[in-house]
Design a binder for this molecule. Structure first.
Ligand code: CUA
Length: 481
């Protein structure tokens, strides 16, 4: 006690027949100044140790755990259990910087924590280590670890190959029908391969560990204590980082590819509204509910919305873009160069209300000649107001909410509505005449038939349609007996 109060420095005796162990430990103790240890001597066997006990009066003996010539059992028996009571630490020198404490039974926990807190311990449980076969066991263990690693590695390769093969059989994407789809599909393909590998890497190692290293019957021992592995941790941080950066580069490249502009692109305005699409061709003055596109020519779609956010998506073209309300500054461009003639379908990919799921319109990719013929046909104007009205209600999407056959969709069906008497939400009754229809088109909120939603009909048809067009639509409604 007196000694401790004067100085905390501990007198250490080293027991090892290897001079290198002593030199290494002395260097280590000198570096770890906080340990306050003073090496007073070095012995290579029990007799020398007993003699040194008298002469040098050490506080602690550090025994070389890896020295096969030393009989550790004897040391422990003599100094721990015997008459010579002194602290003994079994220690293995790993490198110039590291030592492992194998047996700390001879110091109280608080003492050892204080003294050796900087050194990792191998096992808190007291044990007397095996003597001769230890090196052989280590080598054996290393060989078996390598065997497990090779087996698991081969399994990872096999599962990755199977997954890639299997994914190749599944048609994950529809037909590729645009030039913009090519870089997207290439990137998608590569990502799936990398994902297949990552999946295998994680799942194979996990399942292999669970199965092969499960607790054997009757084994009640603790698992081996494993410290971190810096090299492994650096590797599995750097490798994904590089992979992610690489894919970010590829992604940026693919994005640029899909946005590449053709100065001769055909401009088509795409207007979304609850719950229909309208397509306008400013070059030809055509308004239609079917998107007609000439094959192998870039179309620039100018996307906007009359009400809420919609999203233009033709899966065969791969690219997708939102249609936003809010006027000119919110118009979004989407460039599509169709490469395959055929019939497709644009759908809305943004949840936009009741009929979102049915917000689909036909898309036709046709040859240059067919496209020109269609333009000529569309620009010819019919003499019949009912026919003109029929075309208008298709183009402006009215039929998305008003059926022509008596079916109730969102708004009242138009079949037989002209001349009928309806009760309004305020309780009054109204006979449906031309004046009521006109008012309902330009001011939808004025009088609403009871039982129908009040906030669905777009409010801006008065601005979108001229008087002649409104009259044509009314003529069409009146024709639906
Ligand atoms: Cu428009 Cu969903």
């Amino acid at each position: 006690m007196l000694d401790n109060q004067k100085s905390k420095s501990r007198r250490v005796l080293i027991a090892s027949s290897h001079p290198l162990f002593g030199q290494g430990l002395v260097r280590l103790l000198n570096e770890k100044k906080s340990l306050q240890a003073e090496v007073v001597g070095m012995v290579s066997n029990l007799e020398e140790a007993l003699e040194a006990m008298q002469r040098l009066k050490p506080d602690l003996i550090i025994v070389d755990y890896d020295d096969e010539k030393l009989n550790r059992d004897e040391f422990l028996a003599r100094f721990v259990e015997g008459d010579q009571k002194i602290r003994v630490v079994l220690l293995s020198l790993q490198s110039a910087k590291e030592a492992l404490v194998y047996d700390r039974r001879t110091l109280a926990a608080s003492q050892i924590d204080d003294w050796l807190k900087e050194w990792p311990a191998v096992n808190d449980e007291p044990k007397i280590p095996m003597q001769n076969t230890e090196m052989q066991q280590k080598a054996k263990h290393r060989r078996s670890s390598m065997r497990h690693l090779i087996i698991a590695g081969l399994l990872v390769v096999a599962v990755t190959a199977l997954l890639i093969l299997g994914l190749g059989q599944v048609r994950l994407l529809p037909e590729q029908a645009s030039a913009q789809a090519i870089p997207i599909d290439q990137l998608f393909d590569l990502e799936f391969k990398v994902i297949a590998f990552l999946f295998s890497l994680i799942v194979v190692f996990m399942l292999y560990s669970i199965l092969v290293f499960r607790r054997k019957k009757g084994d009640v021992s603790d698992a081996r204590h494993v410290e971190g592995n810096t090299r492994l941790e650096v590797a599995w941080t750097i490798a994904p980082l590089i992979t992610v950066l690489f894919f970010a580069y590829l992604g940026g490249d693919a994005l640029a590819e899909t946005m590449r502009a053709d100065p001769k692109a055909l401009e088509i305005k795409v207007i979304g509204q609850q719950w229909a699409w309208r397509f306008e061709y400013p070059d030809y003055g055509i308004v239609t509910d079917t998107l007609m596109m000439p094959v192998n020519q870039q179309s620039i779609l100018k996307l906007s919305s009359n009400d809420v956010v919609h999203s233009f998506w033709v899966p065969e073209f791969r690219v997708k873009q939102d249609a936003l309300p809010g006027g000119n500054e919110f118009v979004r461009d989407l460039r599509v160069t169709p490469t395959l003639t055929g019939d497709y379908k644009v759908r809305c990919a943004e949840l936009c209300g009741l009929q979102h799921a049915t917000m689909e319109s036909p898309v036709k990719v046709v040859s240059r000649e067919d496209f020109e013929a269609w333009v000529i046909q569309e620009t010819g104007v019919s003499e019949d107001p009912v026919e003109r009205g029929r075309a208008l209600v298709q183009r402006y999407g009215c039929v998305a909410c008003h059926s022509l056959d008596g079916t109730r969709i969102v708004g009242p069906s138009w079949k037989g509505i002209y001349g009928a008497t309806e009760t309004m939400t305020d309780g009054t009754t109204v006979t449906i005449d031309e004046a009521y229809l006109h008012e309902s088109i330009i001011q939808p909120l004025a009088k609403i038939v009871a039982g129908y939603p009040t906030n669905v009909m777009p409010l801006n048809y008065g601005e979108q349609l001229n008087d002649q067009q409104i009259a044509d639509i009314i003529a069409f409604i009146m024709s639906l007996k």
